[in-house]
Design a protein around this ligand. Sequence first.
Ligand code: SAH
Length: 213
Amino acid sequence: MNRQNEREEMVKTQLIRRGISDENVLNAFRKVPRHMFLSPGQASDAYGDFPLPIGSGQTISQPYIVALMTELARIKPGDRVLEIGTGCAYQSAIIHAMGAKVYSVERKKELAEKAGELLKKMQINDIRILVGDGTLGWPENAPYDSIVVTAAAPEAPPSLFEQMEEGGRLVIPTGGRLFQELMVFVKTSSGIESESHGGCRFVPLIGKYGWKN
Ligand code: SAH
C-alpha cells in the first residue's frame, strides 16, 4: 500500500469510525506525511493505531488521540494556536495544515532543533518553535484562539488561561503522573468552563506549573 492509501485507511478506520467528523481535521490527516516525522526504521509502523517513541524518552500519540485533541480545539483557518510539547512536530504540522498559525513550545532543545530542521526540509516555514517551559505559555504572541498541550499536567497551568482569547479553548490531559483525563477548558465571559473527554495516558509536562523533574 502506498503512503497516501495508508493515510486514507488510517482516516477511515481509526478516525471516522471512532467519531472524528471535522472535515478540516480529516483532510489534514490525509495530507500530512506522518512517516516523515518518525525515524526511517519506524516507517512501516507510522500509520498504525498506536503511539510511537520519538527519542529523548518521549512519544507521539496514536493518530486518533492527535485527531481528537485537534477536533476538541475547534481550530478554524486563520486561528492562532499555541501548542505545548512540540516533540517531532507532527501535531504542529496537522494544525498548520488546517490553516492556523502555529506557535509551539518544547522544553527539550534536541527535539526542538530536530523538529525545526524537518519542517524546513518540508518547506513549512511558518510554524514558530520556542525552546522553553511551556507551562508558562508564550506570552509574547498571546492571545491565542486555542491551546493544545500534548503532555500531562497535574492541573491546567494558570498562565495558559491568561493567554487565551475569550471563547478560547484549552485542550490538556490532567490528573496523575501515569493516567489522566483529557480535559477541555473554555474561557467564557463569566469564567472557565470544563468538560472531560475520557481517560488517556501522556508523558509528563515538566515545568513550573507541571511536574517537577
Ligand atoms: N505533540 C508531539 C508529541 C509530544 S510528546 C508530537 O506531535 O510529536 C510531549 C512533549 O512535551 C515532549 O517532547 C516533551 O519534551 C515536551 N514537554 C514536556 N514538558 C514540557 C514543557 N514544560 N514545555 C514544553 N514542552 C514540554
